[in-house]
Design a protein around this ligand. Sequence first.
Ligand SMILES: Nc1ncnc2c1ncn2[C@@H]1O[C@H](COP(=O)(O)OP(=O)(O)OP(=O)(O)O)[C@@H](O)[C@H]1O
Length: 318
Amino acid sequence: MILKVNDLTKVYRNNRKEELALDSINFHVNEGEIFSILGENGAGKTTLIKLMTNLLTPSKGEILYQGKNITMMGKDYYKKIGVVLEGNRNLYWYLSAYENIYYFGRLLGLNKNTIENRANELLGFFGLYNEKDKKVGNFSRGMQQKLAIIISLLHEPKILFLDEPTLGLDVLSKRDMIKKIRYLSRNDNVTVIITSHQLDVIEKVADRVLILKKGKIEFLDTVFSLKKIYSNNKYIIKVEKILDESYIKNYFNKFNITYSGNTTQIEAYVDDYNFINKFLECMIKNDICINNVSKDSNSLEDIMYTFLKPGSDKVESI
Ligand SMILES: Nc1ncnc2c1ncn2[C@@H]1O[C@H](COP(=O)(O)OP(=O)(O)OP(=O)(O)O)[C@@H](O)[C@H]1O
């Protein structure tokens, strides 16, 4: 375990108004894991990240880094963490990539040799070595994002905080970024704490997800168990005949139908596969051609949608 969050509470006080942004939350982060923080707008993600990066102080509770309170650690804690909260906005656009690295490296207290060695290694790793002398203002969004991450990794932090690292990236750059994040975690044992509204990214990259709702923890476990617990038993059946809704109702309680030409596609939600069997038997008995039967598991996005839907307190079956 690298971070331990105990009874963490944050109350904002403005003009005599109080806003409880985080309400006594407890969790830990394991060393080397990719830990993702999710939740709807206003759930408390930014507040939590700001507390974990020591940019805010808790109203109650504490965060321990390897057993030490991060508020007490002060500067020592900053040596352990790398933070990319606003991506490219941290960079100087009129300086080259290398000049940016050098400038921030010096601010981090690193000497010239260390910066040079580390810069060459990281520029190579992120595929930016040949661009190192170009002005950052001429960089694409993906290149700027990579450079911001390079700078945050210069001092070899143990924990890397990434806020929306793939926002605005094209498909290729997004995949590349996912690969790099996984490499950092798996090969360099960097703990990555990541927030993103892009759930396809989280699904591919995260080991565990913490879902916040109104300042409380709604769920905390692996992506795998989130999907296992909350995935619906949805089956897709395609048959070569136009079947009436009233007919399908004999077999399934919850379903959607779409028609195309002479085929009917049924999305059926069942807890018991026997209902599918009975339906298929009937199709065979009546000489109706079955084109497809498949099980469709929910994506993380589907699951989050049910979490965040107004009025939903728990994930429900569709
Ligand atoms: N400086 C502040 N003063 C008062 N209230 C605040 C402040 N910052 C955040 N809040 C409130 O705290 C709650 C949590 O906000 P936070 O920004 O942490 O949510 P979030 O999950 O990061 O949202 P988003 O996805 O929109 O960025 C919200 O109700 C918000 O209005």
